[in-house]
Design a binder for this molecule. Structure first.
Ligand code: NDP
Ligand code: 8X3
Length: 253
């Protein structure tokens, strides 16, 4: 028997993924941390490795061969993954559909949708074999509604919503828990990525009100994974108190 549960978190180098890694480590959950920025992975391994077993994997979620190879070559005690947090993703651009960048569209659909599928496909066989496991898909309020210029990002998160439901149906027979956590606005590097490094524009997204912080979402993810096994939080939406919908935010005047 393994001494501790093992969680694989994609997009662990920043924001929600990193906060979840930190929270899981503090609760004794062993970690497989994934991302592309090696120096951040190294730093996390060093700091969180003082609390729990940590293994890092550097791959782009668009690279299905790299994912398969990395997941299939995990050493003990990481080879049996109890919890998969499908978190890696971003928005790229905020443009009306007629002006949208094809590269941005490819990035969002390839990373947020296909990347989530590739990682899940690599991890699932051992969960199916053991008839045990828990998958948390990080969706968004953008997967529940559509906002101006959100077009393709919203489409990618609506796809995550559908995949979450489809996974839960297909994996039901194996006793694998599947659920989504769908946050509203969370202050992370998300808007910096969306606006391609324009930090001034990115900061305006989070000013004039108190947005969620990544630790708020990590706290919820930890709650989700610590319910008794017969309890599956299937679909959860969380917004800051100041946010009522994608476009209604109670900002200071
Ligand atoms: P961050 O930009 O802070 O983090 C994104 C993470 O995804 C990074 O760790 C990044 O790692 C990883 N990532 C991005 N692209 C790739 C790729 N091609 N291959 C592998 N890893 C990748 O954003 P958030 O923490 O906010 O976003 C995390 C998730 O939460 C996303 O799915 C996002 O859509 C969702 N979300 C965010 C909200 C928000 O308001 N911030 C609200 C609702 C949902 P690296 O660059 O090292 O590869
Ligand atoms: C991130 C939240 O509103 O920027 O998914 O799309 S939003």
């Amino acid at each position: 028997m393994k001494a501790q549960k093992i969680a694989l978190i994609t997009g662990a180098t920043s924001g929600i993924g990193r906060a979840t890694a930190e929270r899981f480590a503090s609760e004794g959950i062993g970690l497989i941390l994934c991302g592309r920025r090696q120096e951040r992975l190294d730093e996390l391994k060093k700091t969180l490795g003082e609390q729990v077993a940590v293994h890092t994997l550097n791959f782009d979620v668009r690279d299905k061969e790299a994912i398969t190879e990395a997941v299939h070559s995990l050493p003990q005690p990481f080879a049996e993954i109890d919890i998969l947090v499908n978190n890696a993703g971003n928005a790229h651009g905020l443009d009306p559909i007629e002006d949208g960048s094809l590269e941005d569209w490819d990035a969002m659909l390839d990373i947020n949708v296909k990347g989530l599928l590739y990682v899940s496909r690599a991890v699932l066989p051992q969960m199916v074999e053991r008839k045990e496991g828990h998958i948390i898909n990080i969706g968004s309020t953008a997967g529940k509604e559509v906002y101006p210029k959100g077009n393709v990002y919203c489409a990618s998160k609506h796809a995550v919503d559908a995949i979450n439901q489809g996974m839960r149906i297909d994996l039901n027979q194996y006793g694998i828990r599947v659920g989504a956590v769908n946050p509203g606005l969370v202050e992370t590097e998300f808007s910096e990525v969306r606006f391609k490094g324009d930090t001034t524009r990115a900061n305006t997204v989070y000013t004039g009100y108190q947005p969620l912080n990544p630790e708020d979402v990590a706290d919820i993810i930890h709650f989700v994974v610590t319910r008794p096994y017969h309890v599956n939080i299937a679909d959860l939406v969380v917004m800051s108190t100041a946010q009522a919908s994608s476009t209604i935010i109670n900002k200071e005047k």
